[in-house]
Write a protein that binds this ligand. Structure first.
Ligand SMILES: [Zn+2]
Length: 267
């Protein structure tokens, strides 16, 4: 059996060693920043980014040059490691950028297809910005479960819900189509057959089964049916559907419009 074991040791450097370590660390920072500035300069001039070997060559020049001769006093290995760290930081950044591009591309394809093939689109008015509000709270009212919530926030923002809606909104406007945002109230727990509302209808995240009439379906399909019905109802009522309103404002709008219909009928 192979056993891997780690040991943690505490170094106790004397005064001179402590001063040297601080100097070496300072030299590492200097090399990191100098190499980063060099790469930026090359990028701005349209030149190719230097690889690790190219940077090491520059490091040798810097150590042997007249400008920064004190770099020679620091051991070369940590300085080289610094250049490797810079390289890795660039690779991680590139990967993140690539993922972001792929995501945006997918969103654009989806929103373009939807806006070109539909005259009316109904969406749940999920308040992405509200849902992802800072979990940390304030000094007077600190947030609860901050770590879990900030994880959720990242997940919500990663889903691109806000960007999806933003793109859908302007693309539908371009093609003269209508976007209707409906409040997400009970859309996932109401039975589309008998109208029974219960959180027990939603057995799991994916499955819907009505506890009253037994109707079964995919939970997302059930949610979509309600969103469509609510959107059609709003369109039929002639409410201002061009922008989302809070549930309270919507109720007020519905109430306000009744006397108008009555007076129309009287006239
Ligand atoms: Zn039912």
């Amino acid at each position: 059996m192979q056993r891997l074991q780690a040991f943690r040791c505490e170094l106790r450097p004397n005064g001179q060693q402590q001063r040297d370590m601080r100097r070496f660390a300072g030299a590492c920072w200097f090399v990191f920043n100098k190499a980063l500035a060099l790469q930026k300069e090359r990028y701005e001039q349209g030149q190719k980014k230097l690889g690790y070997a190219g940077l090491c060559k520059r490091l040798t020049e810097w150590r042997g040059g007249l400008e920064t001769p004190w770099l020679k006093d620091a051991p070369v290995q940590p300085l080289q490691q610094t250049l490797k760290d810079l390289e890795r930081a660039y690779k991680v950044q590139r990967l993140h950028t690539r993922i972001a591009h792929c995501r945006k591309d997918d969103l654009h394809k989806a929103t373009t297809t939807i806006s070109q093939n539909h005259a009316m689109v109904c969406i749940e008015d999920l308040q992405v910005r509200n849902m992802s509000k800072s979990a940390a709270g304030t000094a007077d009212a600190p947030g609860k479960n901050v770590r879990a919530k900030s994880g959720l926030n990242q997940a919500i923002l990663d889903q691109g819900g806000f960007e999806f809606r933003r793109q859908l909104e302007y693309k539908l406007a371009w093609s003269g189509a209508t976007l209707i945002a409906v409040p997400p109230h009970n859309t996932s727990r109401t039975c589309p057959c008998c109208g029974h509302v219960s959180k027990d209808n939603r057995k799991t995240q994916a499955h819907f089964q009505c506890v009253q009439c037994g109707h079964e379906d995919n939970a997302d399909v059930v949610g979509a049916i309600h969103v469509l019905r609510a959107g059609q109802a709003r369109l039929a009522c002639g409410e201002d559907v061009s922008r989302a309103k809070s549930a309270k404002a919507l109720r007020a709008a519905s109430v306000k419009q009744e006397p108008a219909e009555v007076s129309q009928a009287e006239a």
